[in-house]
Design a protein around this ligand. Structure first.
Ligand code: HEM
Length: 597
């Protein structure tokens, strides 16, 4: 039905014209029926009242008064949301409520068709949302935005909205974007309406020892909280005690035979695959090794990906998806309750489900309960089954890709730097001359050049390149010489710190010698080297990771000559790197020749 609102003379003199619009005439007559008696008595008064009312309504609709009323409403809503940050479903509910109530009021009190009433309310809502967004954006770039934040430089787009970061993360180039922006604006950079990146080694300790984790960690729907997603410091500390036990020196010693078996399997597999001289995707095999090893250590087995040559259950695919998902969804944590409504809650929850099923299957199969990491964690704390599954998933997520990535980066650089590879091999062979002798992890930890190579790979390609986000809390906080206002997310970007010429000379070069005691290369700022983060949330698996990386490196350089295949385009391989919180890149093809042959 066409609306009976005559808008023939728009803007200047449009009127509700009941005469020219018979459909409107009837309800209008009914509407004024009670005044008929009065109108008979005071005809003049009523007629002028009548026309005044119509005039008013017509002006309201045609002169933009309706739209203008959306302005204070939008601004007021913004002011309210500043104090009480809404979740996405609250906003949807608010808009739905306005829509329903608005339509009902207009439809019942004005002589308008239903569709026109909904159209009017929809149009009003559009203006309301527009004014609200304009108010939010205006405030965010204004000098009235918490003064301390307004004074931190940065480009306009990230000041306006976190969707800028979502876009940058989704492209996989956040590390480069941050580095460029820090080079342009300096060490303090505003990267979100309420978010600051600080590329300053002096800020690392205060940020990571003082501040709790940011809402980022709670953004992706999960079955339960794992250690890393706990925002409450006391709860985190309580669960961390158990994790510390699971990676204590005593526990690491007990895991050694399992790691040794997997190492042997890796060497044999690579030997077989390389027999005919063809290239192998080394990153792929390092990932499978890492996964099988972590399965053994974390929950007494369950993965045989090296034997299969692939990950038939799809854990690695889910892991890659999960990293992108967590990295992007983490930027807009208020969306979580909407994401939770989706039929598929996302890869993190799926990964936790995978882990839960896997742990149940393995526990069901084994006759002897082994002392694996998960059983130690479960023994030391009282956690629910869902929390145990979340921790089991975290064990795989945190350990598999990170360990494989640092090894991949190291072999990529060793293959390009033959003298470094030779020096490393000589050091390992001098310590363990018999090719078939078992490598002792404690003796490996004392090899300075091996350690220097591992540190350099961690510096150049930190497996977790982003700055783990922390939160200034309700009272704000002083970091170095700046006051950070309440409820601000703050982080020190690991990749940018490692590649900043202020911290490291020749920052983009692979130069392990810089880590040796005798090196005179300056600057060499160890405070800016944080591949495992720092403070109470520092990587709990740091010692295990370093031990495994040294073991694999020493084993492979002793067992193989490792080179790029002829024609391998290293530059294209480097360019293929994308950062989503962890790395994704093209396959690293290598030719391995067994040194025994
Ligand atoms: C080279 C390898 C590794 C690197 C570079 C690395 C790096 C990191 C970083 C940067 C964090 C802090 C993340 C944050 O606060 O958001 C972290 C946390 C964590 N990592 Fe690692 N990691 C590695 C290997 C491992 C391994 C092998 C394990 C297995 C036990 C592990 C378990 C964890 C856990 C459980 C946390 C959370 C700690 C907490 O919340 O207290 N990581 N790791």
């Amino acid at each position: 039905m066409r609306p009976c609102l005559s808008t023939t003379n728009t803007r200047k003199s449009s009127r509700l014209d009941a005469v020219s619009c018979p459909e409107a005439a009837a309800p209008l007559q009914r509407f004024i029926a009670p005044g008929i008696v009065l109108s008979q008595t005071f005809p003049l008064l009523l007629s002028s009242l009548h026309s005044a009312m119509h005039d008013l309504i017509a002006r309201f609709f045609s002169l933009g008064a309706l739209e203008m009323s959306a302005m204070p409403a939008g601004v007021f809503t913004h002011l309210f949301f500043r104090k009480h940050e809404p979740r996405s479903l609250d906003v949807v509910a608010l808009f739905a409520l306005i829509f329903v109530i608005g339509t009902a009021v207009i439809y019942t009190s004005l002589p308008l068709g239903f569709f026109f009433a909904t159209f009017l309310v929809g149009r009003w809502l559009a203006f309301y949302v527009g004014f609200m967004l304009a108010s939010i954006c205006g405030y965010r770039i204004s000098p009235w935005h918490p003064l301390a934040l307004a004074g931190i430089p940065g480009p306009v787009m990230p000041r306006l909205s976190k969707w800028w970061t979502v876009h940058v993360v989704a492209r996989g180039k956040r590390h480069v974007a941050l580095q460029k922006l820090h080079a342009k604006y300096g060490p303090w950079l505003r990267v979100g309406p309420n978010e600051v990146s600080v590329c300053l080694s002096a800020a690392v300790r205060p940020i990571y020892s003082k501040l709790p984790r940011a809402p980022f960690y709670q953004a992706a729907p999960t079955q339960a909280d794992a250690l890393i997603t706990l925002l409450d410091r006391a709860e985190h500390a309580h669960r961390r005690v158990a994790w510390n036990k699971a990676v204590s020196s005593e526990a690491l010693l007990a895991y050694q035979p399992l790691i040794h078996n997997r190492l042997q399997q890796l060497v044999e597999t690579l030997r077989r695959r390389c027999e005919d001289g063809s290239a192998v995707p080394l990153d792929h095999w390092l990932t499978l090794f890492s996964m099988d090893t972590m399965g053994d250590l974390a929950f007494s087995g369950g993965f045989e990906t090296m034997a299969n040559g692939k990950d038939p259950e799809g854990w690695l695919d889910i892991l890659s998806l999960g990293v992108v998902f967590a990295g992007t969804a983490g930027q807009v944590p208020w969306l979580k309750d909407t994401l939770k409504l989706l039929p598929q809650q996302g890869p993190i929850a799926t990964f936790q489900k995978f882990a839960e099923t896997k742990v149940k299957n393995i526990r069901g199969q084994s006759h002897v309960v082994k002392k694996d990491m998960l059983s130690i964690i479960m023994e030391e704390t009282t956690i629910t089954e869902e929390e145990a599954a979340a921790d089991a998933a975290l064990l795989i997520v945190a350990a598999t890709d990170t360990t494989a990535q640092v090894l991949t980066a190291l072999f990529r650089h060793l293959a390009q730097n033959a003298p470094v590879m030779t020096r490393l091999r000589q050091e390992v062979l001098a310590a363990f001359p018999a090719l078939d002798s078992e490598l002792d992890p404690l003796a490996l930890a004392r090899l300075p050049f091996l350690d220097a190579c591992v540190q350099e790979a961690l510096r150049l390609a930190p497996p977790a390149p982003f700055g783990p986000p922390r939160f200034s809390g309700p009272d704000g906080v002083w970091i170095v010489d700046r006051y950070i206002p309440p409820n601000t997310t703050i982080h020190a970007p690991i990749w940018s710190l490692h590649h900043d010429p202020v911290n490291f000379a020749r920052p983009d070069d692979f130069f392990p010698e810089r880590w040796l005691a005798e090196s005179t290369l300056k600057p060499h700022n160890r405070d800016a080297f944080v591949p495992f983060s720092y403070g109470y949330g520092i990587c709990v698996g740091k010692q295990l990771a370093l031990r495994n990386v040294r073991l694999v490196t020493a084993t492979l350089v002793r067992a193989f000559d490792i080179q790029f295949p002829v024609g391998f385009d290293v530059k294209a391989y480097d360019r293929s790197h994308k950062e989503y919180g962890l790395w994704s890149h093209d396959s690293l093809q290598m030719v391995l020749r067994a040194t025994e042959d």
